[in-house]
Design a protein. Structure first.
Ligand code: IMP
Length: 201
């Protein structure tokens, strides 16, 4: 079976492949494997809207296969749950991860010295070969660190300390995220559903 991951984010794709490449029934591809693919604007109001936009844009070209679209982001309590769906573009339309994290640290310091509670959210839309839609959600709670530390991962990993930990995700590394991340939780539900439907063993 072919599974197409509808993302252009290399960090996310690496994380998906760490798990999905171990599922023998799947051969995993992404939109980077489509020569003339143009992503549609992610103009939805919610993670679910945007995950659906991404999944459908690849489904239009690969209708007979499994498609996984995902939208995720960081919600910070002291910033009224921003950046949320705007996480990838928080510091501007083509902002680098380092610019987004720098802006977020600054905003938290200015606005709310006290409230650094935050959560990563991930909404996954899977479109089956029969064009059924399956939706899965995952989250990871924690808090924003005082400064960026660590070298692993992507996005806001260097400024997010999961509850119960003292290090950032960028220090904890890929093995930690594989078990505990918002993405891992949503992906585990997808794999459970595939097993319960006997699509995979
Ligand atoms: P999008 O889902 O492609 O719109 O982008 C989600 C954005 O949220 C990423 O560009 C990151 O900035 C952030 N994000 C989502 N998941 C993670 C994660 O696991 N670690 C760090 N940042 C993340």
């Amino acid at each position: 079976m072919e599974l197409w991951i509808a993302t252009g984010n290399k960090g996310k794709l690496e994380e998906y492949k760490l798990t999905l490449n171990k599922v023998p029934e799947f051969k995993v591809y992404s939109q980077a494997d489509l020569p003339h693919f143009t992503p549609r604007p992610e103009d939805g109001a919610t993670f679910l809207d945007n995950a659906r936009i991404k999944a459908k844009s690849v489904k239009a070209l690969k209708s007979e296969h499994w498609i996984l679209g995902e939208d995720s982001g960081l919600e910070v309590a002291g910033l009224n749950n921003l950046p949320g769906v705007h996480s990838a573009r928080y510091a501007g339309p083509h902002a680098r991860d380092s610019e987004n994290t720098a802006k977020l640290l600054k905003m938290v310091q200015i606005r709310t010295a006290a409230n650094r509670q935050a959560q990563f959210k991930c909404v996954t839309v899977v479109l089956t070969p029969q064009n059924e839609e399956w939706v899965f959600e995952g989250e990871l709670k924690g808090q924003i660190s005082l400064k960026a530390t660590g070298t692993h991962g992507f996005g806001y990993d260097s400024i997010f300390i999961p509850d119960g930990e003292t290090k950032t995700l960028a220090e904890l590394g890929p093995a930690y995220k594989l078990q505990h991340s918002h993405r891992a939780h949503a992906l585990a539900q997808f794999l459970d559903k595939l097993r319960s439907g006997s699509f995979i063993i």
